[in-house]
Design a binder for this molecule. Structure first.
Ligand SMILES: Cc1cc2nc3c(=O)[nH]c(=O)nc-3n(C[C@H](O)[C@H](O)[C@H](O)COP(=O)(O)OP(=O)(O)OC[C@H]3O[C@@H](n4cnc5c(N)ncnc54)[C@H](O)[C@@H]3O)c2cc1C
Length: 237
């Protein structure tokens, strides 16, 4: 797959340390929710670095969005969050990935479980969803949660197709019914679809989060064949 030019069309702050970049790409045919791209930067001296980023927007031609959480001392993510601006040229290749995808026409109900920036590909799935979809989003605190306004809008839609549940691991909002803490089997069991619902579960986030959640899902009786995972480990070159 070849590199193609992409132009930063807009940038939106999601939190103090995360930003969504809107990229215009000539000839972009769209993606399947869950897929990612590789994004490459070239410095004035010719030095190049690339990293993988999930597509957080709904599928569509000519334009896509990625949502980047700055990693302290990272080479690429702080540039994308703090420096890149509309008009900048980058390169991308993709869309990539054929397993961690939810086709909008798939009629099965879905449970999406995201940790931190792992919510990015799940947001694409949720934006394109035409069938019942539950999101369980584990975030450190309300101020670090991504897509807060978009998720509130999706949850408020009156057809009841989308449900969103937060788990706060470090700081919960005032009056939150549970103390902050890690996602556990009880929280999972509360949002899980009934066993006979033929549901599919997508889990995305840091490697440790994904492995812990996948183990918990199996412990509470989920069939591993219906669990798809994506690990946001270090990438690139
Ligand atoms: C399929 C896939 C999709 C991804 N999608 C997204 C996305 O949508 N949004 C997003 O913000 N990130 C995403 N990532 C992670 C992203 O590719 C980079 O790894 C991340 O932005 C850090 O790059 P960097 O150049 O800033 O850090 P680097 O210079 O690569 O690393 C700096 C330091 O941070 C550590 N580190 C690197 N990556 C991570 C990480 N992900 N978590 C914790 N520590 C890390 C390194 O080991 C190193 O010590 C995705 C990863 C994968 C595999």
């Amino acid at each position: 797959m070849t590199w193609q030019p992409a132009t930063v069309a807009a940038a939106r702050a999601e939190t103090a340390t995360a930003r969504t970049l809107v990229l215009d790409v000539d000839g972009w045919a769209g993606h399947v929710p869950g897929q990612h791209i590789d994004l490459r930067l070239t410095a004035p001296d010719g030095y190049r670095a690339y990293r993988s980023y999930s597509i957080s927007s709904a599928p569509g031609p000519g334009r896509l969005e990625v949502t980047v959480q700055a990693v302290t001392d990272g080479e690429v993510s702080p540039y994308l969050v703090d420096v890149a601006e509309p008009g900048d040229q980058l390169e991308i290749r993709g869309p990539l990935g054929g397993w961690f995808v939810r086709r909008p026409a798939d009629p099965r109900p879905a449970l999406l479980i995201g940790g931190g920036s792992g919510v990015a590909p799940l947001m694409s799935m949720l934006r394109a969803a035409t069938h019942p979809t539950r999101l369980l989003y584990s975030t450190r605190s309300p101020s670090e949660a991504l897509f807060t306004a978009d998720l509130a809008t999706a949850r408020a839609a009156d057809d009841g197709r989308i449900d969103v549940t937060y788990v706060y691991t470090r700081v919960a909002p005032p009056g939150w019914p549970a103390p902050p803490g890690r996602l556990d089997a009880d929280a999972l069991a509360r949002v899980a679809w009934p066993r006979d619902a033929d549901a599919v579960t997508f889990v995305c986030g840091p490697t440790g989060f994904v492995e812990a959640v996948a183990d918990l899902l199996v412990d509470i009786g989920h069939d591993p064949a219906n669990i798809r995972t994506e690990r946001f480990g270090p990438t690139g070159g």
